[in-house]
Design a protein around this ligand. Sequence first.
Ligand code: IDP
Ligand code: MG
Length: 136
Amino acid sequence: MSNIEQTLSIIKPDAVERNLESEIKEMFKSNGFQILKEKKIQIEKAEAEKFYKVHETKPFYNDLCEYLSSGPIVVMILQKENAVKGNRELMGATNPKDAEEGTIRKKYGISIDKNSVHGSDSVDNAKIEIDFFFKD
Ligand code: IDP
Ligand code: MG
């Protein structure tokens, strides 16, 4: 049975800054993802804090929010069969050092904090995150 899903992807500041936007989008497309909507924006730290609220008790929360708001990002709605899991697989492990060959984070990630992409971790969170950036 078909299970077309949508998920939220972000190309983070470290990757935008290194002009990796088109290469990363090509990786999504060549892996069967459709980019339904996209925009390049820069967010305020307060918005980053809202977006990453689940991590508010973590020691890296402040740096993470500083970082996500430090420069332009590209936010996208990706669509594919089982898109949420498929995107997590294509992204690779949070720490690029642990990411598998062929994943975005292995290829482009610099460190655990500058790991080039964000992807929703569940279907429920994908809906919340898509609304966060694309509810008009
Ligand atoms: P994910 O992006 O793979 O879903 P999460 O655990 O949700 O990983 O963490 C969100 C983001 O917070 C990560 O992508 C990474 O940029 C940052 N992060 C996670 N763990 C650490 C850490 O131990 N030190 C610094 N930054 C971290
Ligand atoms: Mg996460």
